[in-house]
Ligand binder design. Structure first.
Ligand code: GLU
Ligand code: MG
Length: 465
């Protein structure tokens, strides 16, 4: 697939960003990207140099897209010590950082030295997929719905620090509003100030677990928002002397953190949610069913992009509301594809599909690109998703699940990668360079954690996600 081109920056935009830096006392502007390991990384430019850097970008070694979450560089042809790309920021994403006074951030495309999208740039891939959707007359509205755990950082005697949750409050229990209150207020203000408009907040199931959801946005913006969200959660916590993590399973045995992906599709011409049909029992249109069909068809391979870490599979278990068995259903929270019931009075706009097999270790650009490609594939092939399912699949016997075509999704990152490598749609879209680098990074992470015990694996993911 051709990577999408970023629009050029005008002088008016440069002036506007300079003025905003002056106004907010910004000394450093962070140029952010998300790598194949799923980490948000970046370099900061001194504000004085930003007008120039908006055009030229900042240099980055090609090797960074071959780096694991443990900073172990993998041997990938063309992504070694020789070679350079440019991190070129999208000025639309400029935002002062409320949790880091004096700093601002922009998310970046990775461009080659001659200014074209690099074959391993995640953001350019998503931009291209958005373009493909538009060519078919659709635009996606998307919201990542991340959960995270709030705790304190206790220095470990040896090795990783220990994560100690701030409370032991119960699910949605008002006691949970207590310990986290000042932090959450600051988080809400910080998210809103960056244009990530907060929708809801509640204490979630496991100790110290929180959910703060933000408003949906066009696809590229929603992926940018996810990167900024992760930065903000950890940054605000730090200023409160706390430690926050979006790792899928921070504590062995306690509920995990998902980052469910809510998607609706709109027709470009009329601004209508094409997933909606008032006359259908699930309020889902034919197009909606085809999208579900496409998602279910590609879900096992997609998993390598959406549940992208070894730790992801500790979360992705039956009876965990994370979608361990391949099926879909109306408000079925054990289904990886939940058809979300519409809000009364706002039916046509509110019907959406929630993909539950997603967490914050995913590269938000790659995961969303994969999900949208699967959706589009379902529309193009008019894929039949079969019957909706309104039970907990874990309640069925193996034989019954088999009879109804409800398979267990890959149970490890290694198995998900095997399926990804066989998924023709996804491999073609990723392209050789990206697929080779991504799978090298992920397979190295599988090897790195193969002999690590559960607690140490969780701790390692807490410390970086
Ligand atoms: N924590 C669950 C997960 O890992 C989700 C619970 C919910 O439905 O909000 O995905
Ligand atoms: Mg939740």
């Amino acid at each position: 697939m051709e990577a999408g081109d970023a629009p050029a920056t005008s002088q008016a935009t440069v002036d506007q960003i300079t003025a905003r830096c002056t106004e907010a006392g910004v000394e450093l502007v962070r140029f952010l990207y998300v790598d194949h390991a799923g980490l948000v990384r970046g370099k900061a430019a001194a504000t004085r140099t930003v007008p120039q850097r908006l055009g030229t970008g900042i240099g980055l070694t090609v090797a960074m897209q071959a780096m694991t979450m443990l900073d172990q560089l993998q041997p990938v042809p063309g992504l070694g010590p020789v070679g350079e790309i440019r991190l070129v920021p999208d000025p639309q994403t400029f935002t002062p950082l409320p949790y880091a006074p004096g700093a601002a951030a922009m998310t970046c495309d990775m461009l080659t030295l001659d200014g074209t999208p690099w074959a391993a740039c995640p953001r350019s891939l998503l931009r291209a997929v958005v373009g493909e959707l538009a060519a078919e007359g659709f635009a996606a509205q998307v919201a990542y719905e991340p959960e995270f755990s709030l705790g304190r950082r206790i220095p470990g005697p040896a090795g990783a620090d220990e994560f100690v949750p701030v409370d032991d409050s119960r699910c949605f229990a008002t006691t949970g509003f207590g310990e986290a209150h000042e932090f959450v207020l600051d988080l809400v203000r910080a998210l809103n100030a960056q244009g990530l408009l907060v929708e809801q907040y509640y204490p979630e199931l496991s100790p110290g677990q929180q959910e703060v959801s933000i408003r949906h946005a066009p696809a590229l913006r929603a992926a940018d928002d996810m990167a900024l969200y992760r930065e903000t959660v950890r940054g605000v916590a730090r200023r409160h002397g706390l430690w926050a993590t979006l790792a899928p399973k921070p504590i062995v045995g306690a509920a995990g953190n998902g980052a469910h992906l809510h998607v609706s599709l709109w027709d470009l011409a009329g601004g209508r949610n094409v997933l909606y049909d008032a006359g259908n029992p699930l309020r889902l249109s034919d197009t909606g069913y085809h999208v579900v069909g496409g998602l279910l068809a590609h879900l096992p391979g997609l998993l390598a992009l959406t549940c992208a870490s070894v730790n992801s599979y500790r979360r992705l278990q039956p009876r965990s509301w994370s979608g361990a068995f391949r099926c879909y259903g109306l408000d079925n929270r054990e289904a990886p594809v939940r058809v979300v019931s519409p809000l009364r009075g706002d039916e046509a706009a509110s019907v959406n599909l929630e993909v539950k097999t997603v967490d914050a270790t995913a590269n938000p650009y790659l995961a969303l690109a994969g999900v949208l490609l699967a959706a589009l594939d379902g529309i193009r092939n008019r894929t039949d998703p079969g019957e909706p399912f309104d039970e907990d699949p874990a309640d069925l016997s193996d034989e019954e699940r088999e009879r109804r075509g409800i398979a267990r999704l890959p149970e490890t990152l290694g198995l998900a990668l095997d399926v990804l490598e066989r998924d023709r749609l996804l491999t073609a879209a990723l392209g050789t360079t990206r697929l080779r680098a991504y799978t090298a990074v992920k397979r190295a992470e599988v090897r790195a954690f193969a002999d690590v015990d559960a607690a140490a694996e969780c701790a390692a993911h807490v410390s970086v996600f």
